[in-house]
Design a protein around this ligand. Structure first.
Ligand SMILES: [Mn+2]
Length: 316
């Protein structure tokens, strides 16, 4: 059932015991939204557990409360509601999907959302799920402390490229302004996001060597091989290098995690790459999307680049 934000608030109020989760390969938005909402629910006296079927990347460990996020096998409460944040389909939450047969409430901003939940609020105009969580807390007149503010600011800022991407709106900036008034120090968050271990730079150099251009330089691709694919910490953001090349319409990053599976990320300047990702069973936003493709390295690359070329009206 599609819900208004007010209905979402009352479903949350009526639940006693809640598991909150978000998508695997967690990013700033999924983690920040989860941590912000968790604090609110705790303040309402709920029994809450935050669960992600994945490790929390090291650079997000500064977020207040991140140490309390557990993996599915460590859930200790019996929930009467499962809240799924920032995930557009049920597959995105991994094994959390199998914890119990409780009603699912989904809050998300992906245009490709499959409306899989029992109750959903999807606002694709929001730059981040964190923006929606802030709207919810404001609607409930919650006093936002600096910890909640830090989580929600990180959620919003990371999903809009620190206010540089096309999804940045006046409302996004309004949220940021409010959160700064609540005690966020933007430069501290930026430093946590930008500081990387030396190995990360070494990997970047290796990945950039794989750069390939197709279709008159309108498509640019980089590939991350097996040995470099293990740490999402050091590969996030690499797709911005091909994306920023002059003349490139679609940037693609292939991550070959094992022999027969590739994670594929897309970024575009204008075309709808969420549609492209959807044709491979994935999803995302108009200018940033992703999918998983089965096949050998060459098969995956050929299939995906061909589909991308078709999207911008070209033949290879
Ligand atoms: Mn998001």
């Amino acid at each position: 059932m599609e819900c208004s934000l007010r209905q979402i608030a009352s479903i949350l109020k009526n639940a006693g015991s809640i598991v909150v989760t978000a998508h695997i390969h967690p990013d700033g938005d999924s983690l920040g939204s989860m941590l912000g909402l968790n604090q609110y629910l705790l303040s309402c006296g709920k029994s809450v557990q935050m669960v992600i079927d994945d490790d929390v990347p090291r650079r997000y460990e500064f977020l207040p409360g991140s140490k309390n996020i557990v993996q599915p096998q460590d859930i200790t409460i019996t929930p009467d509601l499962l809240v799924v944040l920032d995930a557009s389909d049920i597959e995105r939450i991994g094994a959390v999907n199998r914890i119990s047969r409780v009603p699912i409430l989904n809050i998300d901003h992906h245009i490709s959302n499959t409306k899989f939940a029992d109750y959903w609020y999807v606002n694709s105009n929001a730059a981040a799920t964190g923006e929606i969580i802030l709207d919810l807390l404001n609607m409930e007149n919650v006093a936002i402390n600096s910890e909640i503010a830090t989580c929600l600011y990180t959620a919003i800022a990371t999903d809009c490229g620190f206010f540089r991407y096309a999804n940045t709106t006046a409302h996004t900036h309004g949220c940021a302004a409010q959160l700064i008034k609540c005690g966020v120090r933007p430069h501290v968050i930026s430093e946590h996001m930008e500081t990387k271990p030396l190995e990360s730079l070494t990997r970047t150099l290796e990945v950039l060597k794989t750069l390939e251009l197709f279709f008159d330089g309108k498509i640019a691709a980089v590939s991350i091989e097996h040995s470099n694919a293990d740490s999402a910490d050091s590969t996030e953001g690499l797709i911005n290098y091909p994306r920023n090349i002059e003349g490139v319409e679609i940037a693609i990053m292939f991550t070959f995690a094992d022999q027969n599976t590739a994670r594929v990320s897309f970024r575009s300047r204008s075309v709808d790459v969420s549609a492209l990702a959807l044709t491979f069973g994935g999803g995302g936003h108009i200018r940033a999307a992703g999918c998983t493709v089965i096949g050998s390295k060459d098969e995956v690359k050929t299939k995906v680049i061909k589909a991308a070329a078709q999207l911008i009206g070209g033949k290879l």
